[in-house]
Design a protein around this ligand. Structure first.
Ligand SMILES: Cc1cc2nc3c(=O)[nH]c(=O)nc-3n(C[C@H](O)[C@H](O)[C@H](O)COP(=O)(O)OP(=O)(O)OC[C@H]3O[C@@H](n4cnc5c(N)ncnc54)[C@H](O)[C@@H]3O)c2cc1C
Length: 406
């Protein structure tokens, strides 16, 4: 049997699900291809999910418009009121801070568990009109000037005007559409785990640049809990995964300037790890194809921006579709080109910034170490530059005391 629709989304990560909901809300008939369908009834969330994301204002606004943000369990979301970034200088240079008060926003970002987000997305999909959930994996793609079609492993065919690849870093759609990519491994893995801490974090997300030992981020969770993302070189990541929990807790307790006291690993008391890499697609579009989320770009998680970029992709695609000429269908070449153009600058900026910071902070050369720490202190003292950085990182135009937008 063939399913005909306007748009077929391949990939059921958060970006695939959110894009299907958003496109259906915009009036398109959408098929969402997922390796497994969401369960009909959801088990309540219990343990704290070790996969958490710092979502920015762009993500929140989009998810709110889909009624997904409000459907998440609010008791499991922590607002980030401030960020404290520590360099690796022996002296007090190399400190950088941001706060919501200074930025005149209610929060810089929100820490959301993957399970909380996906529960809410799945619930929205169950009630969405205009989204057909199709179980399977895409195995074959065909395109001509007017249509695209994918065949699933079940033999089912989906015929559409636009095919969306939201199928993650190893995107099948990207390969089938002959879109090239640059791939570079960072030789690091992100080790993630959750902890109870002795003293309150006051909504502060802290980050330590530790030179050869990588980057440690402690993100606030509700209550006296924090979520660890340690971007560690391979051998250290291996040790962090193998060593007893007390040793990992002791390492966090020894971080310079940390004010949270003692740490206890929360269940499931097994840290997880994710390989870190930079992936640049040579294009975000091809004939009748658009890439979204990690299928389009993968960045180092130090700035907590990968998924936020994906939500901004969805916004940009919706805008390009809304501007298309009257007679054009949703896979029209000019519409896709407009989408690709509108994402070029932000994606490139984030790739260059995170990759550059990674190089800068992994150098062990003393002059570079001194310069990077001085640079952090200098940025801390330059309100205009700080505001520009915040606007990019937190996805919001922030107004200055004079009302000027940065
Ligand atoms: C340690 C770590 C911390 C991070 N922290 C943050 C953060 O704080 N903030 C932030 O914004 N981002 C963060 N990120 C980035 C974020 O995790 C990713 O950008 C995001 O999960 C990408 O979502 P996605 O939906 O594009 O891809 P994925 O989540 O990879 O989903 C892809 C989906 O496609 C499916 N699929 C694959 N192939 C096929 C096929 N042939 N047919 C059908 N389906 C297929 C897969 O099963 C999967 O469901 C972090 C990343 C890491 C590693």
């Amino acid at each position: 049997m063939t399913i005909s629709c306007d748009i077929c989304v391949i990939g059921s990560g958060a970006i695939g699900k959110a894009s299907a909901l958003a496109l259906a809300k915009a009036g398109f008939q959408v098929a969402l291809v997922a390796p497994s369908l969401p369960a009909q009834s959801m088990a309540p969330l219990t343990d704290w999910d070790v996969r958490v994301f710092a979502l920015n204002h762009v993500a929140r606004t989009l998810l709110s418009s889909l009624k997904v943000w409000e459907a998440m369990d609010p008791t499991r979301i922590a607002a980030v009121d401030a960020m404290a970034i520590h360099g690796d200088a022996a002296t007090r240079t190399g400190e950088l801070g941001f706060d919501a008060y200074g930025a005149r926003v209610d929060a810089l970002a929100w820490i959301v568990e993957d399970a909380n987000l996906n529960h809410a997305l799945d619930a929205a999909l169950r009630f969405a009109t205009g989204v057909k959930l199709v179980q399977g994996a895409a195995v074959q793609m065909q395109r001509d000037a007017d249509r695209a079609a994918v065949t699933l492993d079940s033999g089912q065919v989906i015929d559409c005007s636009l095919l969306i690849g939201a199928d993650g870093a190893h995107s099948w759609v990207r390969t089938q559409a002959d879109i090239g990519m640059d791939y570079r491994s960072y030789g690091q893995r992100a080790v993630v785990a959750n902890f109870a801490c002795e003293r309150p974090h006051h909504g502060v997300a802290s980050q330590w640049f530790l030179g050869a030992d990588g980057i440690v981020a402690l993100l606030p969770l509700p209550g006296e809990r924090v979520s660890l993302v340690w971007s560690a070189p391979e051998p250290l990541a291996e040790s962090l995964l193998r060593e007893p929990p007390e040793r990992l807790c002791a390492r966090l307790q020894q971080l310079p300037g940390q004010a949270l006291g003692e740490f206890t690993l929360l269940p499931p008391a097994v840290p997880q790890a994710f390989p870190l890499r930079l992936i640049r697609s040579t294009s975000l579009v091809a004939d009748r194809v658009a890439l979204l989320g990690d299928a389009a770009h993968v960045v180092h998680p130090m700035a907590g921006q990968g998924m936020n970029l994906g939500f901004a992709d969805i916004d940009a695609l919706l805008a390009a579709l809304a501007q298309r000429e009257h007679a054009a269908d949703c896979g029209d070449t000019r519409t896709l080109a407009r989408y690709a153009r509108s994402r070029k600058e932000e994606v490139l900026l984030m790739q260059v910034a995170t990759d550059g910071l990674h190089r800068l902070f992994s150098s062990e050369l003393e002059p570079i170490k001194a310069l990077r720490n001085l640079g952090m202190t200098a940025v801390d003292r330059l309100p205009f530059l700080k505001r520009r950085l915040m606007a990019h990182a937190f996805g919001r135009s922030l107004s200055s005391p004079t009302g000027e937008k940065s």
